[in-house]
Design a protein around this ligand. Structure first.
Ligand code: UDP
Length: 323
């Protein structure tokens, strides 16, 4: 299969590109490199640097690559940033994504795989969270992804563009070659591992007064190789629609810090801070639908194993990617 991957120079995209090439498909990576890294693009892929906010650029890229499927990772994905700069989130995640979708229709793409998020649900009435929960996002990031989910449903109905939208819980871990390097790091696990590496003095806990057993937020951490495997299954099966991707187990911020300290063997000093705006207390996936329809089976369901792969990558790349 010939596949175009947006955001293939980013954290999750880079690992998916590696997997899909290993599976024998051919790949064009389309990325504007604002968040991604050129050296995170598997050398076996064709690379196109471009921005889908320019309609002509993305139409031209698709007309040239002529992919059967598009896997769309490229997005802004920070809850906190979206609470201070909503325009960026609606412009890129909705407006830019729409340009991409129109180009897909124009060039006859048959399947579209989209990176959505559990942030589309907002604070859930119940956990674990299945796909039938009402979607009531509490930050512009989640809202932008929900808007795009709705656009996808209309495009399937009107243009016949089939899609799978995956609602990720918290992506974590690394492959042997590719890992997590954001130029401004805000995510919990890489922040904690930077303390273990001696690059930060301490890690901050955003909120210790949540209604959870230890007062800190609970999240469901899922290995990026398991996320990538689900995308491959979405391309190789007739699955269609919305799917949660998580392990079904929640860990608090303090528990994650403890696991990082254990795996790295380093002490992790913490400083307690106020809550970060936009954070729900507890997000845990029910992902039975993906298991049933896709035959998806996570290979790294244990947090220790997930953190161990991240720690291995960060030790070998203490400064991340060179570019
Ligand atoms: N968090 C934290 N300290 C950090 C980074 C994150 O306490 O340095 C918390 C954050 O408030 C959230 C959880 O850890 O409750 C996971 O945050 P992350 O940014 O990794 O992912 P998100 O859940 O926002 O997608």
């Amino acid at each position: 299969m010939n596949i175009l991957v947006t955001g293939g120079a980013g954290y999750i995209g880079s690992v998916f590109v590696e997997q899909v090439l290993d599976a024998g498909h051919s790949v064009t990576v389309f990325d504007n490199l604002t968040e991604g890294h050129r050296s995170a693009v598997d050398p076996r892929a064709t690379f196109v640097q471009g921005d889908f906010n320019d309609r002509d650029v993305i139409h031209h890229a698709l007309a040239k690559a002529r992919p059967e499927a598009v896997v769309h990772f490229a997005a802004n994905a920070l809850v906190g940033e979206s609470m201070t700069n909503p325009s960026k989130y609606f412009r890129n995640n909705v407006g830019g994504g729409l340009n991409l979708l129109d180009a897909c229709v124009a060039s006859g793409v048959r399947k579209f795989v989209f990176s959505s998020t559990c942030a589309t649900y907002g604070p859930p009435d119940r956990v674990p969270m299945d796909e039938e929960l009402p979607q009531r996002p509490i930050n512009p990031y989640g809202e932008s992804k929900l808007m795009f989910e709705k656009i996808l449903a209309w495009y399937r109905q009107i243009h016949g563009l089939d899609f799978v939208a995956f609602r990720y819980f918290n992506a974590a871990g690394a492959s042997r070659c590719f890992g997590e390097h954001h130029r401004v790091e805000t995510h919990l696990i890489p922040n904690v591992l930077q303390v273990a590496l001696g690059k930060r003095t301490h890690c901050e806990i955003y909120g210790v007064d949540y209604p959870t057993p230890d007062g800190t937020c609970i999240r469901d951490y899922i290995h990026i190789a398991d996320l990538g495997a689900a995308h491959l299954l979405a391309l190789e099966t007739k699955a269609s629609g919305f799917y949660n991707l998580g392990n079904g187990e929640g860990f608090s911020v303090r528990q994650v810090i403890d696991v990082c300290a254990r795996i790295s063997g380093k002490p992790i000093p913490v400083v307690e801070k106020p809550r970060r705006p936009g954070d729900p207390a507890r997000l845990i996936a029910a992902a039975q639908r993906a298991r049933q329809d896709l035959g998806w089976q996570p290979r790294f369901p244990n947090l220790e194993d997930i953190v161990a792969t991240a720690w291995d990558w960060h030790q070998r790349h203490p400064d991340g990617y060179p570019d």
